[in-house]
Design a binder for this molecule. Sequence first.
Ligand SMILES: C/C(=C\COP(=O)(O)O)CCC[C@H](C)CCC[C@H](C)CCCC(C)C
Ligand SMILES: Nc1ccn([C@@H]2O[C@H](COP(=O)(O)OP(=O)(O)O)[C@@H](O)[C@H]2O)c(=O)n1
Length: 305
Amino acid sequence: MTNVLSFTPTTPLLRHLSVFSILRRRHNPTTLKSPPHTLSQSPLHCAPHPLPRPSRSASALPAPADGLMQDAGATAVVLAGAYGLVLCFDNLTQRNLLQQNLSRKLVHILSGIFFMLSWPIFSTSTDARYFASVVPLVNCLRLLLHGFSLVTNEGLVKSVTREGNPKELLRGPLYYVLILILCALVFWRESPVGLISLAMMCGGDGVADIMGRKFGSIKIPYNPKKSWAGSISMFLFGFLISMGMLYYYSFLGYFELNWIQTAEKVAFVALVATLVESLPITKVLDDNISVPLASMAAAYLIFSL
Ligand SMILES: C/C(=C\COP(=O)(O)O)CCC[C@H](C)CCC[C@H](C)CCCC(C)C
Ligand SMILES: Nc1ccn([C@@H]2O[C@H](COP(=O)(O)OP(=O)(O)O)[C@@H](O)[C@H]2O)c(=O)n1
C-alpha cells in the first residue's frame, strides 16, 4: 500500500467512506481489488479509496434512502450524546463533585473530540456532513436561547460558564460550536485540516487552561495571564490529540499517512496554535476563534507543501 499523505481537489467529491463500508471492505479482502490511490497533494480533499458498490439484497432500501436513514440515526445518536455529556457534567457540578471551571474545560475538551470521533458513523453520502453539522447547530441555538435568557437551564449555565452568567454562553461556547460547524462543513472527513484545527481548539486549548491554572507559576514574558506550563501543555496535547485523530481516521481508511512527515507538519501547526493562544488578544479575539483559524491556515499551508 502506498504510504503517502496526499489529497487532491481535482478528484470530484467521490463517495465518502463510512466506517461500515470500510470495515466491510477491510473484512472482505476480495473486494480490495487494487491498492488505494496515490494522489497529488492538496489539503482540502482526499479522494477516498475506490470503493466497490456494496452488494445489496433485493429487499434492501435503495442507496439514497439507506444513507438517509443512517444519517438521521447518527444525528439522533450524536445529539443525544451531546445532551448527555453536558447533563453528566451538570450533575457532577451540581453535586459539587466537580469544580465549575474544571467542568467547563472538560466539556470543552470532550465535546469536540467526541464529535470528531462520531463522524465515521455517518453515511458515505456527500450530504452526511450536513447531518453531522445539525448537532453543533442545535447546540448553537441552545446557547443563544439560554445566553439571551429566553430559556433558563441552570445546569447548562453552571457546567459551561466560568461565573454562572448566562451571557457567557454567547462568547466562548458559541464561538466553539460555530467552529465545529465550520470544520464539519468545509473539511469534514476528507481533510486533516479540520481534524487538526479542532484538536488544537478542544484538546490543546482545553488542557492548557487546566495545566496552566494548576502549574502555571512561571508566566510568559509578553502575557502575564498565560504560563509556560499552559503553553507547553497546549503544544503537547494539541499535537498528541491531532496525531491520535489522524491515526483513527487512517485506521478507518480515510487517509494514508507518511507518519514522519505528518508528525513534522502537525508539530508545526501545534507550534503556531500555541503561539497564537499565548498572545494577549483574548479581549479582542476569543481563542476559540483565533486558535482554530490559525491552525486551519497553518495546516492548509503545511499540507500543501
Ligand atoms: C464549554 C465550551 C466552550 C467554552 O470554551 P472556553 O470559553 O472555555 O474557551 C464547550 C461548549 C460545548 C457545547 C455546550 C456542547 C457542544 C456539543 C457538540 C456540538 C457535540 C458533541 C457530541 C459528542 C458525541 C458528545
Ligand atoms: N497558555 C496558557 C493558557 C491558559 N492558562 C491558564 O488558564 C487560564 C484560562 O486561560 P484562557 O483565558 O485561555 O481560558 P479560555 O479562554 O481558554 O477559557 C488562564 O488565566 C491561565 O491561568 C495558562 O496558564 N497558560
